[in-house]
Design a protein around this ligand. Sequence first.
Ligand SMILES: [Zn+2]
Length: 535
Amino acid sequence: MAQTIPKKTHPFQAFLRRFIQQVALRSKQHNQAAWILETTGSPDAASLKGDLDAEVRLLFNSAATYKKLLLWDKDPHLADPLLRRQLSVLLRAFKQNQIAPALVKEIAQKEAALAQSYANFRPELDNKKLSENDLRELLKKENNPAKRQRAWAASKEIGSKLAPQILELVKLRNTAAKKLGYPDYFQMQLDLQEVDSKWLLQMLEELGVSSDKAYGRALGTIHDSLCQRFQVPVSELGPWAWSDPFCQEDPLDSHGLDELVKNTDIEKASVSFYEKMGIDVKPILARSDMYERPGKNQHAFCIHMDREGDIRTLNNINSSLKWLEVVMHELGHAVYELGFDPKLPWLLREPPHMITTEAMALIAGRQAYQYHPLQVLVGSSAEKNSLFRKADESHQRRQLIFSRWVLVMTAFESELYRDPEQDLNALWWNIVEKYQKIAAPKNRTGCSDWAAKYHIGLAPVYYFSYLLGELFASSIQETLEKLFGSATLSTPKAGKFLQEKLFSPGNRMSWSELVKHVTGAPLSPKAWLKEFAKD
Ligand SMILES: [Zn+2]
């Protein structure tokens, strides 16, 4: 009788066991330090987090290990799909750390110096130093066009000051990318994230063309309102007329909408919303930090401490529609993390890319603005009806405005890294005029307006994920509609579908495969266009 030969374990499995043990421990310690830092501002926690950051990164540095991984990658005996996927995750994590330590150090030092310059810079307006918040307040409230123009120009001063530093960084990043065999840093970043750069740029271009009319209409509404407010003809409007210095937010006042949540307990409303999906978020909220406090991070995020279910969110709730959106958004990330198949290996208990977890968070956040879901959240009544409509319209405008901003950033960054020697300010305004349709103010030659955007220097090749998340979010809603006859999220059916299809697989497949797994088709802007850019 033939004996069954026991399956031999592959040396990669033994390596994984040892390696993951170390990574899991360090990353949990890192997250604990991060949580203390973000909830208290403690300098000790900051320095501990910095040390652990470096320790985690060091684990992915070894050239010898990277070589072994490359060999295993060629081994036909390593066939198990889950092992293969873990190998792919590790290969990409190790690859970006195979840059000469001196170059890594130089980039890190330059980034730290740049971050410091951004933090310390205070634009000057009429001989007074202003904080970024002062400036934003002013651009929200000031009605005098001349003063607004001066304020807008002041917000760009930092660009001219920091452009040389940013360009040095761009060149160093390109050097690093070339050492790893890429044409430039933009291409490297996308490849390491499993995003095809040609596909991305082409798809965004098409999205731009197909949403042109709808954006034009939204812009018409905005222009009418701004012309009336500032008593100037359309031809004289410029970026100074918008409330955000980069025109990436809806400039029409939506303050009145906060009326909708006046009597809403935002935590309770969120709990009951997710309950309708069959998901209990109370344990997550019990571990979370929800209200303002001195020393605490003023923004919001979700963190999975240990990949074992200790999931928390940080918020700073006040009675506004924005915070209803934010709490729903962060809980969207949280329920995604909560839903990973517990049998997945540690390394794959994560989303394959920011795109897929953002999609869930964005759908959840949208509920706070969309006509029907908003009524589920805050309770419907006839007198609120016009506000529900206003919230929905403002959300539609926001989608179009934000998409244009992402087109600008992505097109600019791809060109910046392809050829940093070109006239970048001319390039910037060409792109802004093309996509945002906002005319360059006079006398900007010789300035570096592009460099005033924090993300260009310090969070490069990043914005596109949010727009891809929005596209996936719309595709998921369309899929729910096809399957269940309605895009409503707050039903047990929708909850079960998302749990099984979107959350459970974790990182067992790439983000683009996961999109197909959930919607049955590759990621495309179709559903988003249908939702926000109807002709
Ligand atoms: Zn998010």
